[in-house]
Design a protein around this ligand. Structure first.
Ligand SMILES: [Zn+2]
Ligand SMILES: [Zn+2]
Length: 135
C-alpha cells in the first residue's frame, strides 16, 4: 500500500496516482477549477490577476492549470502566460508552437532529464520518511 501526506492539508491517505492529494482536497480543488474555468468562459477578456481575485484561486494555481492545458485563454484575450523557453505569450501549455517544434526534434534534452532525476530522488526521500513515521 502506498500512503502519502496530502500536499494541501497534510493528512495521510492511500495514494493512487497523479498529484499526492487526499480525496477531499482533490474534490475541493476540482470545484475551484470548474468555477475558474466558467469564469474565464464568461469573461474572456479578464486577465490572470482578475481571474485570481474573482475566483479566489492563487496565481500559481491558475498558471499551473494553464501549463497542464486544462485552462485555455481565448485567442482574443491579450493575456496568457510565457513560453518557458523563449518568453513569447502563449494561451495554454508550457511552450509556444515554435519551441514545441524545436523540442520534438530534440527529444532527449539535457534539461528535462536532469529535472526527472531530481524529482525521483525527492520522492524516494519522502517515502522513507513516511514509512518511518507509520511504524
Ligand atoms: Zn488533503
Ligand atoms: Zn517559445
Amino acid at each position: 500500500m502506498d500512503v502519502r501526506n496530502c500536499v494541501k492539508c497534510g493528512k495521510i491517505f492511500n495514494y493512487l496516482r497523479g498529484v499526492p492529494m487526499c480525496p477531499s482536497c482533490k474534490s475541493e480543488l476540482e470545484d475551484q477549477f470548474q468555477a475558474t474555468k466558467k469564469y474565464i468562459r464568461d469573461n474572456p477578456n479578464a486577465n490572470i490577476a482578475e481571474v485570481s481575485e474573482n475566483c479566489d484561486v492563487s496565481l500559481k494555481l491558475i498558471r499551473q492549470w494553464v501549463r497542464e492545458e486544462r485552462l485555455i485563454f481565448s485567442e482574443e484575450s491579450a493575456i496568457g502566460i510565457e513560453c518557458e523557453l523563449c518568453g513569447t505569450t502563449i494561451r495554454t501549455g508550457r511552450y509556444c508552437e515554435k519551441c514545441k517544434h524545436d523540442i520534438q526534434h530534440n527529444l532527449d534534452g539535457v534539461y528535462e532529464k536532469g529535472k526527472d532525476k531530481k524529482y525521483n530522488k525527492e520522492n524516494s526521500a519522502k517515502m522513507r520518511y513516511l514509512r518511518k513515521d507509520n511504524i
